[in-house]
Every structure is written in structure tokens, then in C-alpha cells.
Design a binder for this molecule. Structure first.
Ligand code: KIV
Ligand code: ZN
Length: 505
């Protein structure tokens, strides 16, 4: 059985998804969860892109153990030095250097000749090697590069010390059999290829990222670069959960395995969705809401008789138990609540369990049946906690069909109590207006999204907002059985994230 290395770039390429903005604390939390799930390498960021990126790579390098930490740099001295400043604290650091090798990129973006690109690639690998043993070299836009030039560059960077060579399909252009042929070509034509791992990195512009990655693995690639839920630039990157479960389910075909603990996949996927605010499509393979649901009577009957008639893997194999019905009720105690979390692989510190339990009790008073899905929502909500600089104390909303709505909201900010009434077209609008006026920050609402966590009129409503402050977008989430309250909680959560970021700065 071959071992395939999982190089996860959720925190770098994934964070390049439009509208996503993770702070350092969130990146560290996600990196810990990625490490616990079993990824081999975490690409923590692009240290010279911004001071925020640098801080995040530094924090992950210092705090996350049991995994290799990578930082991306261009083939320029200052990028490599900056990356090393952050990475040198890591248990196992890796410098990742990228330069484009396609004619189009060299001509229009880099304005460099082939020989100049070759020299920059080799010099930068040599410089990085001075700091760090483990070096990955990426030939950006490899699939649209002249294959002979690509092989020449790869040979030279391996000779200079690269331990992994990556051949990205940067623009999601290649087809699976072409990509497999390119991997074979590199294996056959680069004379020193046995001294480096071959990595593949695919984008999903034509919906081929996972198929291309798997074709490359079949052709002999040793490493695959992925993001959780397939998030990333434009149409995204190859989805980690899809590749891992394809290798796992079709072990007979690929004869390859990964270090991923598949039972942790669902929790990781949910966490990435919560932190980034990117919803998962219901029909998304592996982690979508409908991925294990059987609607047609014939299918349901088949599954009841023998699950494998219509299921090629079990929900449990990815750590998914939300297919189960009722789990806890109003009378359930602290112990049962904690047991349920542990049974589902959720290990939280006592303080977080305590806060989540309090919230569970409040909701259990209003909602007859509490399912595992509700509990996951409560726990995930607590996981995104930021210091509550501002808290909702009271509110009163007046809303009817032919006049404007009025919201009177009372907040606490530290020792201060604030109260304001505002009028607007709808109740949420009026509530947000009142909060904005009280807070006095120059913010604007970028997006608002509401969804029911479970079925039924008493379902928990989860609101996600994006709030713009200066040039940054802050995500806020709130859950409650009252959708106006969840809206206010989400808005206040985003405001608290602004305050937290300002304290950090
Ligand atoms: O898509 C790409 O080419 C990249 C490189 C940095 C590997 O993200
Ligand atoms: Zn990419």
C-alpha cells in the first residue's frame, strides 16, 4: 500500500476564497483540528503577504505540534527570509517556493525569460535550503507550461535541494488523462526525480480538481494538495474529504492510503464552514446534508434490507451521526451532555462545555426535541467565541404589515448600558440600525443569511452576517429559536470580532 501525503492548504489557498477573512486565533484553532484529523502538512499562510498572515504562520508554527508547517513564498529573497522568520519556530518546518513556468505567465505576469525563471528558481531553492531542509518547489501553471522546460526546471531545483516538486493545475485547465500523462512524463524524464516527492495541486474551474488529483495519484504522485470542503480561489481547490474517501473506499483500485482519521472529517468540515461562513451545498459529496439521505421509497427499502445496496460508505465512517433522530431533552443533565460530545469525538475544555451546556438548557426550555445537529450548532457557536465586549441585554420589536418596524435595543458595553430605538422598513433592519447607532462604529452590512438548523417551526435559526469595517470584512453568527434575536446576536458577534481585532492590532 502506497502512502499518500496530504498537504492541506485550507489556511492559504482556501483563505483566498472571496469574502473569507480568518483571524490568527481562528487559524490556530483550525490548524489544531487539521493536525488532529491527520493531515501531514499544513500550509499556514503566505508570510510576506501581510502582517496578519505572518502572525498566523508564526502562531501556528509555535503552537501546533505533530504536523509539518509550511509557508508560501515567491522566488524572491525577502519572501524567503520572511517565511523563515515565522517558520523557524515550527517542530517541522517546510518552505514552499512558487514561480510560474508557463509562457503566458512568464511573458505577461513575470516579464521574465525562461533562463531568468530557471535562475530565480534555482537561486531561491538554494537560499531556502540554507535555512531549512524541507523545500517544496511549485511550477505555477505547470499544466500550461512547455513540458520540456518544466522538466528542466524540476531537475535543476531538485539538484539545488528541493525535496518536493509540485506540478499545479493552477487554472483548472487539464483533463484527468492529460494530468496522469504529465505525472508519468515527469517521472520518466526528470533524471533525479527519485530524490524528490511529486506533488499535485488542482483547481476546480472545470469541476475536475478531485478527478485530476486522483488520476495523478494513480499515475504515481506521492502528495496531494487539498482544502477542506474544496474552498479556494475562484471555483476552489480539490476537496480533501472527497480525495481521502475515494482513496479509502476504492483502496482496491488505488492501493494507496493516507494518515487521515476519516471519523474526524465531518467535524473538521463543519468547523471550516462555520469559521469561513461558507455554507456547504446540500448535495456536496461526503459532507453535504443530503450525502447520506435516501429519498425514494425503493432506495429506503433497499437500505433497510441491506445498507450497501445504496451506500458505498457509512455516515459513521466520516464521523457523521446527525442522521440519528432525537438524542437529548430538557431533562438531560450535564453528564449526558458531555458524554454525547465525547462519543461524537468532540473534546472541549471544561469551561467551554459548561458554557455550551448553559446554552443547551436555555434552548431545551423552548424546543421540544434537541437533536445532535442542534447540539453541534450550539457547540460550534461556542467555539467561535470572542471576548463579549458588547452584549445584548434586552430588546423589543414592533412589526406589522403596513407601517415601518421599530426596534428598541438595550446593550451592555463593559460597565456602560446603552439603549436606543430605531425605525426601518423591517424588524431586522430596525434592530441593526439601533445597534449601529449605539456602537458608533463606521460599519456596513455586506451580507445576511439565515437558515434553519433542523426541521419544524421551533427549529433553531442560524444567522450569518458579514460586516464591513474599514477594508476588512468580519463574520458574525448567532443562533436562537427567535430569528430576530439570532440576527442581533450575529450582528453583535461581528462587532465583537471588530473589537477583538482592534485589541490585537
Ligand atoms: O494554484 C497554484 O498554482 C498555487 C501555487 C502556489 C501552488 O496555489
Ligand atoms: Zn492554488
Amino acid at each position: 500500500m502506497r502512502k499518500i501525503t496530504i498537504f492541506d492548504t485550507t489556511l492559504r489557498d482556501g483563505e483566498q476564497t472571496p469574502g473569507v477573512n480568518l483571524n490568527t486565533r481562528e487559524k490556530v484553532d483550525l490548524a489544531k483540528e487539521l493536525a488532529a484529523t491527520g493531515v501531514d502538512i499544513i500550509e499556514a499562510g503566505f508570510p510576506s503577504a501581510s502582517s496578519g498572515d505572518f502572525e498566523a504562520v508564526l502562531a501556528i508554527a509555535k503552537e501546533v505540534q505533530g504536523v509539518k508547517t509550511a509557508g508560501l513564498c515567491r522566488a524572491v529573497t525577502s519572501d524567503i527570509q520572511r517565511a523563515w522568520e515565522a517558520l523557524r519556530h515550527a517542530e517541522s518546518p517546510l518552505i514552499h517556493i512558487v514561480i510560474a513556468t508557463s509562457e503566458r505567465h512568464m511573458l505577461y505576469k513575470l516579464r521574465m525569460s525562461e533562463e531568468e525563471v530557471l535562475r530565480a528558481a534555482v537561486e531561491s531553492v538554494k537560499l531556502a535550503k540554507y535555512y531549512c531542509d524541507d523545500i517544496e518547489f511549485s511550477a505555477e501553471d505547470a499544466t500550461r507550461s512547455d513540458p520540456q522546460f518544466l522538466c528542466r526546471v524540476l531537475e535543476k531545483v531538485i539538484a539545488a535541494g528541493a525535496t518536493t516538486v509540485n506540478i499545479p493545475d493552477t487554472v483548472g485547465y487539464v483533463m484527468p488523462s492529460e494530468y496522469a500523462d504529465l505525472v508519468s512524463l515527469v517521472k520518466n524524464q526528470v533524471p533525479n526525480i527519485d530524490k524528490a516527492k511529486i506533488s499535485v495541486h488542482c483547481h476546480d474551474d472545470l469541476g475536475m480538481a478531485v478527478a485530476n488529483s486522483l488520476a495523478a495519484i494513480k499515475a504515481g504522485a506521492d502528495q496531494v494538495e487539498t482544502t477542506v470542503n474544496g474552498i479556494g480561489e475562484r471555483a476552489g481547490n480539490a476537496a480533501m474529504e472527497e480525495i481521502v474517501m475515494a482513496l479509502h473506499t476504492r483502496e482496491d483500485y488505488y492501493q494507496a492510503e493516507t494518515n487521515i482519521n476519516t471519523r474526524k472529517i465531518y467535524r473538521l468540515s463543519r468547523m471550516v464552514s462555520k469559521y469561513t461562513g461558507l455554507e456547504i451545498a446540500p448535495g456536496k459529496a461526503i459532507v453535504g446534508d443530503n450525502a447520506f439521505r435516501h429519498q425514494s421509497g425503493i432506495h429506503q427499502h433497499g437500505v433497510l434490507a441491506d445498507r450497501e445496496t445504496y451506500e458505498i460508505m457509512s455516515a459513521e465512517s466520516i464521523g457523521r451521526y446527525d442522521v440519528n433522530p432525537l438524542v437529548l431533552g430538557k431533562l438531560s443533565g450535564h453528564h449526558a451532555f458531555k458524554e454525547l460530545l465525547v462519543e461524537n469525538g468532540i473534546h472541549l475544555d471544561d469551561q467551554t462545555v459548561e458554557r455550551a451546556f448553559k446554552k443547551f438548557k436555555i434552548i431545551a426550555d423552548r424546543k421540544k426535541e434537541i437533536t445532535l445537529k442542534d447540539i453541534m450548532a450550539i457547540v460550534e457557536d461556542r467555539m467561535r467565541d470572542v471576548p463579549p465586549t458588547v452584549e445584548l441585554v434586552n430588546y423589543q420589536i414592533l412589526s406589522c404589515n403596513n407601517v415601518s418596524s421599530t426596534a428598541t435595543v438595550m446593550l451592555k458595553r463593559g460597565e456602560e448600558t446603552l439603549q436606543k430605538a430605531a425605525i426601518a422598513g423591517g424588524p431586522v433592519d430596525a434592530a441593526f440600525k439601533s445597534i449601529t447607532e449605539m456602537i458608533g462604529l463606521d460599519i456596513s452590512l455586506e451580507s445576511y443569511n439565515i437558515k434553519a438548523i433542523t426541521e419544524g417551526a421551533d427549529a433553531l435559526g442560524e444567522v450569518t452576517v458579514r460586516v464591513k469595517y474599514h477594508d476588512n470584512v468580519f463574520l458574525g453568527k448567532g443562533i436562537s429559536t427567535d430569528v430576530i434575536k439570532s440576527s442581533m446576536l450575529a450582528y453583535i458577534n461581528a462587532i465583537n470580532r471588530i473589537y477583538a481585532e482592534e485589541m490585537f492590532a
